[in-house]
Design a protein around this ligand. Structure first.
Ligand SMILES: *Cc1c(COP(=O)(O)O)cnc(C)c1O
Length: 372
């Protein structure tokens, strides 16, 4: 039975994506056949994120955090980090660790980034050269208002650096329209490929300015970009088979279209919301116009225990995951992302209902009999 991944990444992938990795030929990462695969993946990525012709994708053999580190490591001015959840907190930590000059602006995670406060911060500190944020905070399901932030970035002439790791491919995202300087994405979320590679998308104009700037050797953006853009030959050993998988995954995304995928995700999420209410969950309110397509934040019905639910679902080959901080606040989340369809949601909802029935009878006080 196929394991269902209801956690926010890695996701279920289509069998053809996995097969592409297994059947990948034995290429050296310096072989021309492989180089053209890298270039194919990179140009498809630029196309699905609205950057065709003006932006390049720079690949890294790393999870999404590696691409974030690459992006932040080339910031040479003063960066404002918009902190509205666990992942944007990490961007702040990376900046601290790399010694990037940075200040932070905090927002309530359940309402997200507020543009008026960002504008005020930019007026107050004219030294700020870049704003860095997470587009979709994957622990709350709240999106940042990228079009408005793009307008701010244009009028204040600052760079917009976006962690788009759990949004690109499954949400409205347009590098050119929103004047994004750099953005990051990983293979194993809305792109529906296998984990292990991630990408920095950046305008060529910005990439030209990154020479000699990186604080990291391995994640040197200019080194990686100039080599792969020119020849497709990555400076270090690439995860060869994962590029074969990503190429097939991106073909699938181009066929489904980003808009089509966003629609499928949103439909699954809306149905999950209805089913959870029926099962006795309560949904945690987030602003309607900021709702992402892939994450549902809820409170378990009383008498349900998260660890028991996790184990019961595990026995049915279903994975859920909620981070400790969210759990400690009495909330859980489920992700409806990846190669997931109505029938998979049926299976998940049935498993939840079965758990609920067992809990219901188990939680009756001793001495109370169920009516015949
Ligand atoms: C998943 C994710 C990351 C990176 O996580 P990795 O485990 O390094 O792949 C970063 N930011 C966001 C918003 C994410 O959803």
């Amino acid at each position: 039975m196929r394991r269902l991944l209801m956690n926010p990444g890695p996701t279920n992938v289509h069998p053809s994506v996995r097969a592409a990795a297994f059947e990948a030929p034995d290429w050296c990462h310096r072989d021309l056949g492989f180089a053209s695969k890298v270039q194919s993946v990179c140009s498809k990525l630029a196309a699905i994120s609205g950057g065709q012709g003006r932006y390049d994708a720079v690949p890294f053999v790393a999870s999404g955090t590696g691409a974030n580190e690459a992006m932040i490591s080339v910031v040479s001015g003063r960066m404002l980090v918009l902190v509205a959840g666990r992942y944007s907190e990490r961007l702040w930590l990376i900046a601290q660790r790399l010694g990037v000059q940075a200040s932070r602006l905090d927002f309530s995670p359940l309402s997200g980034v507020d543009c008026a406060s960002v504008a005020q911060a930019l007026i107050k500190d004219p030294q700020i050269t870049d704003i860095c944020l997470v587009h979709h905070e994957t622990t709350t399901g709240v999106l940042a208002p990228l079009p408005e932030l793009g307008q701010l970035a244009r009028s204040f002439k600052v760079g917009l650096l976006v962690d788009g790791i759990s949004s690109i491919g499954g949400h409205d995202f347009d590098l050119c329209r929103d004047s994004v300087a750099m953005a990051t994405v990983t293979a194993n979320k809305c792109l529906e490929s296998l984990p292990g590679i991630s990408f920095l998308l950046a305008s060529r104009e910005v990439l030209q300015t990154t020479q000699g700037k990186s604080r990291s050797f391995y994640f040197d953006v200019h080194e990686q970009w100039s080599r792969t853009a020119a020849s497709g030959k990555t400076p270090f050993t690439a995860a060869v088979s994962l590029f074969f998988a990503a190429d097939v995954a991106l073909d699938r995304l181009l066929a489904e279209t980003v808009r089509g995928r966003a629609h499928r995700y949103r439909r699954l999420k809306q149905r999950l919301e209805r089913e959870l209410l029926t099962l006795g969950f309560s949904l945690v309110a987030v602003p309607e116009d900021r709702k992402a397509n892939i994450l549902t934040l809820a409170r378990l019905p009383s008498y349900w225990n998260y660890n028991e639910l996790y184990e019961a679902l595990m026995r049915e080959h279903i994975t859920i995951y909620t981070d400790e901080v969210t759990l400690s606040q009495g909330m859980v989340f489920f992700a409806t992302m990846g190669d997931l369809h109505e029938a998979d949601l049926d299976r998940f909802v049935d498993a939840l209902a079965r758990f609920g029935r067992q809990r219901g009878s188990a939680s009756l006080p001793i001495g109370v009999c169920t009516p015949l």
